[in-house]
Design a binder for this molecule. Sequence first.
Ligand code: NAP
Length: 284
Amino acid sequence: MVAKIIDGHAVARQVRDECRELTKALATRGVVPGLAVIMVGDNAASKVYVANKTKACSEVGLKSTVYSFDADTPGSVVEAEIRRLNEDPQVHGILVQLPLPAHFDARRVLGAISSDKDVDGFHLYNVGALVQGETVFPPCTPYGVQKMLEHEGIAVEGQNVVVVGASNIVGKPMALMLMQKDATVCICHAKTRDLAQFTILADILVVAAGRPNLIVPQMVRTGAVVIDVGINRLPDGRLVGDVDFEGVRQKASYITPVPGGVGPMTVTMLVYNTVQSAQRHSLH
Ligand code: NAP
C-alpha cells in the first residue's frame, strides 16, 4: 500500500476560497473582517509568522493591523490596548503572538482578550468550552487537521485515534476535538512508556511532538491515516516532520507531508475563525 498524500496547500486554498466568498458577502453589508495582531519584542521567528498571517488576511480581503510593542513594555500597557481593541467594532479577532518576553504573564495577557474575539482559541473560556464541545474558536492547528480529515472524507466516529504530543496548543485540543466527534482517543507524551504499543493501534495517528523521525513504519498499522504536525529544522537545513515520511508512506492509507501538509492549514484557519467571527458580530 502506498499512501495518498494529503495536499495541505490544496485544502487550504479551498478553505480560503470559502472565506473570500463570505468576505464578499459581508462587504455588501459594509463589514470588513478585522484582525488585530499584538506583537511584543523582536523575536525573528514571530516576525515571520506575523508577516504570513497578515499576508493571508489581505489575500482573502480581511483588514489586519499589527500592534508592536517594545520588549520592555509593561504588561499593563499591552493589556490596556487589548481592552481597547475588545471594544472596537471594526476588530473581530485579536491574537497575541507567542512567545511573549519572559517578564510577561502570558495567561493574564491572553485572558484580557474578549472571549468572542479570541480567534486563536487560547483564552481559558474557549479552552473550557472546547472541553464541553461548545467552543466558537477551535485552535487553528488542530482545526486545520480536522478540516483536512473532512476534506478527504475520512470518518472519525468510532475510530482509534492516537495523538502523540500533549501541548495546550496542539495535542490536547486535537484530542478533545476528535473525542467530540466520537473517536476513541489516546494521548501520548514524552513520558509515555513504549510509544509503539499505542501508535500501532491507531486508525488515525496525529503526531505533534517536535521530534524528527519519532514515528517509523513498524509503529504504524497498515492502512492507518497519518497526520504529521511536527516541524523540525535539521542541521543540514532541511525541514521535516516527526514521521519517517518515505518509510511510513509505504504502509499508511493517507499521509501529510512536511512541508506542505498541516502547516498551510494553520494560518488558513486563523483567517477562517476571523471571518466567522465577523459574520457572528454582524448578526448582533
Ligand atoms: P510542545 O509544546 O513542545 O509539545 C510537544 C509535545 O510532544 C509534549 O506534550 C511532549 O511531551 C511531547 N513529546 C516530546 N517528545 C516526545 C516523545 N519522544 N514521545 C512522545 N511525545 C513526545 O510543542 P507543540 O507546540 O505542541 O508543537 C509540536 C510540534 O508541532 C513542533 O514540531 C511544532 O513546530 C509543530 N507545530 C506545527 C504547527 C503547524 O502549523 N504545522 C503548529 C504548531 C506546532 P511532554 O508533555 O511530556 O513534554
